[in-house]
Design a protein around this ligand. Structure first.
Ligand code: PMP
Length: 362
């Protein structure tokens, strides 16, 4: 048995041990092919089986309707910040964005390269400690689309319910909470997510797009940045990140074995509950960053009474085998990322450490 750290990394993040071990067994020779999966053509039947199995599993686990395409693209979610506006802005129809934190802001900055945008709501005045209420959103029915960030990985906020946008295409960045709970995909026109938090290693980005949006963009778009290029070729237009797709497929199989999105939600809620309970029961020793109504079940953010104490917490936790608890440099404090593959045992160990740390320093 490997000596596993209590891994709370924000992404790339913990993978299921079973997946790593399965991959290890198949690493040198894949299914009697005489070679590693990494050494074979992406045009061959062996790789294609893995590729289409991953698409089918994502469809099954997320309940993706038939009129949506599932694409595997490279360049991370950061490339989607540009591909979304390039492909989906209709001339004269400024897209609308919801400013909820660090990642939404990056998406907004990128969209501005392609023309005017509007802000449907912003929680900047609240230091991005919350997501807006649905009735705070203001956007024109004539907008190209409305973009939201489902889970702000850095601030630790998450949408509970998504807005019903009617005929306005809703675009969701689900990078840090895809498949953490069941969702109704049909509420969205496009969902995108890097795989490296909930679905596997880095290197592959998932785009789920309603077919009627895959047309000729109004803007001139290079071949590789057009959704239609990847849709027409089933994400095999050029060489895909074959090993990342393989690892994602194995992670999706694991997810299915565990009971799928509903089982993940139960487990993730329990992990989040354990942590928020310690924070709320600490008489102010630990202070949650996100407002309770917007708290994420993926990234739990909190601070101690001083930066000195924050530093001491990080240092001592590292000595005890906890990894990745230092918050993002832009907001400071602590962040425990508890994605699907983080076992509840890691969270229990952290809860015990937090209680113990408080008793020694409170
Ligand atoms: N959006 C969100 C919500 C994220 O958490 C991240 C990565 N942490 C990104 C976008 C950017 O993803 P990538 O590194 O895959 O470009």
């Amino acid at each position: 048995m490997a000596n596993r750290a209590y891994n709370f990394n924000a992404g790339p993040a913990a993978l299921p041990l079973e997946v790593l071990e399965r991959a290890q067994k198949q690493f040198v020779e894949f299914e009697n092919s005489g070679m590693s999966l990494m050494e074979m053509s992406h045009r061959g039947a062996v790789y294609e089986k893995v590729h289409f199995e991953a698409v089918a599993l994502l469809r099954e686990l997320m309940g993706i309707p038939h009129n949506y395409k599932v694409l595997f693209i490279q360049g991370g979610a950061s490339t989607q910040f540009a591909m979304v506006p390039m492909n989906l802005i209709k001339s004269g129809k400024a897209p609308a964005y919801i400013a909820t934190g660090s990642w939404a802001t990056k998406a907004i900055q990128e969209a501005k390269m392609f023309g005017d945008i509007t802000i449907a709501a912003s929680t900047e005045a609240d230091q991005y400690r919350r997501v807006p209420a649905i009735n705070e959103l203001q956007y024109s029915e004539d907008t190209s689309y409305l973009h939201l960030t489902s889970n702000e990985t850095i601030e630790g906020t998450q949408w509970r319910e998504y807005p019903d946008t009617g005929s306005v295409p809703l675009i969701g960045d689900l990078s840090s909470d895809i498949l953490c709970r069941p969702i109704d995909v049909s509420q969205f026109a496009v969902i995108y997510a890097g795989a490296q938090k909930n679905l596997g290693p880095s290197g592959v980005t998932i785009v789920i797009i309603r077919e009627d949006l895959i047309g000729q963009p109004d803007l001139p778009v290079p071949t590789m940045l057009r959704y239609s290029t990847h849709a027409k070729a089933d994400s095999l237009y050029n060489t895909p990140p074959t090993f990342a797709v393989y690892m994602m497929n194995e992670t999706l199989k694991w997810l299915k074995e565990q009971g799928g999105a509903a089982a993940m939600e139960q487990r993730n809620r329990e992990k989040a509950r354990l942590l928020y309970e310690v924070i709320d029961g600490s008489s102010g020793f630990y202070r949650g960053f996100a407002e309770p109504g917007s708290r994420s079940i993926m990234n739990v953010t909190f601070r101690l009474g001083s930066e000195e104490l924050d530093k001491k917490f990080v240092k001592e936790s590292e000595a005890e085998g906890f990894v990745g608890l230092k918050g993002h440099r832009s907001v400071g404090g602590m962040r425990a990322s508890i994605y699907n593959a983080v076992p509840v045992e890691s969270v229990r160990a952290l809860v015990n450490f937090m209680k113990d740390f408080q008793s020694r320093n409170g």
